[in-house]
Design a protein around this ligand. Structure first.
Ligand code: MG
Length: 264
C-alpha cells in the first residue's frame, strides 16, 4: 500500500494512494494514523498535480523525530569522492527541520557554492525499537520512500562535523509517499536533473544491508515511529543550481521531485 500524508483545506491527514497514472491518483482518507491499526474511510479525494487551485497538497510522508543517514554505503560513490570504503556503517543526523516533501522547494543556502544531490532509498520505521536483532528488523519497518540527501559539498569538506553541510533547512526531501509492501533488496534507484540522468544504481550494491544499518543504529539509540533511515547514495553525485528540477525515482515506489530556489 502507498500511504501519503497531505493537507486538505488546511487539515492534515494520511491517505492510501490509488491509481497508476500520475494525473489520476486518488487518496482514500485514513481514519487514525497509519503506524497503528487503521481503517480506510472510503472518502476519496483526487491527488491532482500541485497547483494553487487544488484542495489537496502533498506533505512529507512522515514527520520524523530524527533522520539517521548512513554515509559511503555504495563503493563506487565512496571512491568518486576519494574516500575509503568504511569497514563498519557510519551514521550522521539530518534534523527534522531539514525535511520537505515532493513538490516543495530546496533552498540553496547562502553559505555554500557547491550543492550536491544524493539519491537514496529511505526506510521508515513503524514502531518504537531499540537493540533490534537482525531477524526482527523487518518487524520494525513501516515502509520505504525516496530521499535526496542534499549536501553542501564545499561546507562538508571544510567543516569536521556535517551538521551545517547536510542539516540545513530543506536538505532532506522525502516522498512522494511510503510504500509499505516492497522487497527493497534489488531496486533501481535513479536521479535526474532537468530530465538528464545523473545517478543510476541498484539497492543490491549497498555495502551494508538495511538489516546491518538498523542493527548498528539501534545498538546506540531508540528509534520512534516515523523515524527515517537513509541508506546511502550510488555513484554519480553532482552539482545542483538555482532553477534546477531534481527527481529521484525508485522502482516500486515512485518519484520525488523538487526545484532548487535561492534562499530568500
Ligand atoms: Mg548520503
Amino acid at each position: 500500500m502507498r500511504i501519503a500524508r497531505f493537507s486538505i483545506d488546511g487539515n492534515v491527514a494520511f491517505g492510501a494512494v490509488e491509481g497508476d497514472k500520475p494525473d489520476e491518483l486518488v487518496l482514500d482518507i485514513i481514519k487514525g494514523i497509519p503506524f497503528t491499526d487503521f481503517e480506510l474511510s472510503g472518502t476519496k479525494v483526487p491527488l491532482a498535480p500541485r497547483d494553487a487551485k487544488t484542495r489537496v497538497r502533498l506533505l512529507p510522508p512522515v514527520l520524523p523525530n530524527k533522520v539517521v543517514a548512513f554515509g559511503r554505503n555504495y563503493a563506487e560513490h565512496a571512491r568518486e569522492l576519494g574516500n575509503e570504503v568504511p569497514d563498519a556503517p557510519f551514521a550522521f543526523f539530518k534534523p527534522a527541520t531539514s525535511v520537505i516533501g515532493s513538490g516543495d522547494e530546496i533552498q540553496y543556502p547562502s553559505f555554500s557554492q557547491e550543492l550536491h544531490h544524493e539519491a537514496e532509498l529511505a526506510v521508515v520505521i513503524g514502531r518504537m525499537c531499540r537493540e533490534v536483532p537482525r531477524e526482527r528488523v523487518k518487524d520494525v519497518i513501516f515502509g520505504y520512500t525516496c530521499a535526496n540527501d542534499i549536501t553542501a559539498r564545499d561546507v562538508q569538506r571544510r567543516e569536521k562535523q556535517w551538521a551545517r553541510a547536510k542539516g540545513f533547512d530543506t536538505s532532506c526531501p522525502l516522498g512522494p509517499w511510503v510504500e509499505t509492501e516492497l522487497d527493497p533488496s534489488d531496486l533501481t534507484i535513479q536521479l535526474t536533473v532537468n530530465g538528464d540522468q545523473r545517478q543510476l544504481g541498484r539497492t543490491s550494491e549497498m555495502i551494508h544491508s538495511i538489516e546491518d544499518l538498523i542493527v548498528n543504529i539501534t545498538e546506540a539509540m531508540t528509534l520512534l515511529p516515523g523515524d527515517v533511515i537513509l541508506t546511502g547514495t550510488p555513484a554519480g553525485v553532482g552539482p545542483l543550481n538555482v532553477g534546477d528540477e531534481v527527481a529521484v525515482t525508485i522502482e516500486g515506489i515512485g518519484t520525488l521531485t523538487n526545484k532548487v530556489i535561492k534562499r530568500g
